[in-house]
Design a protein around this ligand. Structure first.
Ligand SMILES: [Zn+2]
Length: 69
């Protein structure tokens, strides 16, 4: 009898063990899936972006600008 390998993860919301055979994997339920989506939508997960060129003045003129010459 072949053993089917089941991957188990913990639900990122409630930490309950979820099997990859579950419909809402990696979430334990549709509820947790919705909560996670809500977190993204509300900005709870913010992807850190490096702050760069903060000291440089922003150049607003374009090469097409006649005043540039
Ligand atoms: Zn959950």
């Amino acid at each position: 009898m072949p053993r089917k390998r089941t991957l188990k993860l913990r639900c990122p919301i409630c930490k309950k063990v979820v099997k990859n055979s579950d419909a809402e994997f990696p979430f334990c339920s549709d509820r947790c899936k919705t909560i996670d989506l809500g977190k993204w939508a509300s900005g709870a997960y913010v992807i850190p972006s490096p702050v760069s060129d903060a000291d440089d003045p922003i150049r607003e003129s374009t090469p097409e600008d006649p005043d540039e010459l």
